[in-house]
Design a protein. Structure first.
Length: 195
């Protein structure tokens, strides 16, 4: 049970991604509903942990001096950000930048790289993975698309102007990266890339 508590957001991400396997060909409403559910639960979870931390400090004879009126309330907010909200915020910042990258790459390649549905599919899935791994999810997908083009050109079955998409496979790639996310969570080298 401790594993589930410590890795609650990663396990929730994995669970929601597995659910999305069955909805990967469905409309935007289902995807957005799952994304909003994930966002609300993640925000509630971070807020709940922050509240518990406040209560623990408040009851402790030494740590109570870290709270108002002895310290500015911004000290506790800063602590909460770094320990409870940072991963969450950077997941969604990363997902927003992934959306921009997908959008501009598709414009650059004259709408031949991604389907319109992928404008929301890819950012939603990248929000399930911690920053900066969520960028590696996009990069891996782009490399797979490029390799599929190369193989198609070698076999003379496709050209670069044809659309080869991972639309139905982004969810599986996301699940792979969530598992990596869970495995490397205790490896501190990723922390060096977080602002």
């Amino acid at each position: 049970m401790n594993f589930l508590f410590v890795y609650f957001i990663q396990v929730l991400s994995l669970f929601l991604s597995i659910i999305l396997i069955f909805f990967r060909n469905k409309g935007k409403i289902i995807w957005l509903s799952i994304f909003i559910f994930f966002f609300i639960i993640s925000l509630f979870y971070a807020s709940f942990k922050s509240y518990l931390q406040y209560k623990i400090w408040e009851k402790h004879p030494i740590s109570q001096y870290l709270l108002p009126p002895y310290q500015s309330f911004f000290y506790f907010l800063s602590y909460s950000y770094h320990h409870f909200y940072k991963d969450l915020i950077w997941r969604f910042v990363g997902a927003f930048f992934v959306f921009l990258i997908v959008y501009f790459l598709n414009i650059l390649f004259k709408e031949t790289l991604f389907y319109k549905e992928e404008y929301y599919i890819i950012p939603i899935l990248t929000s399930f993975v911690d920053f900066p791994l969520n960028f590696f999810l996009l990069i891996t997908g782009l490399l797979a698309i490029f390799l599929l083009h190369i193989v198609g050109i070698i076999k003379k079955s496709t050209t670069f102007s044809e659309k080869i998409s991972l639309k139905n496979y982004w969810v599986f790639l996301c699940i792979f990266f969530i598992i990596i996310n869970i495995v490397v969570k205790n490896l501190n080298f990723l922390e060096a890339f977080k602002p």
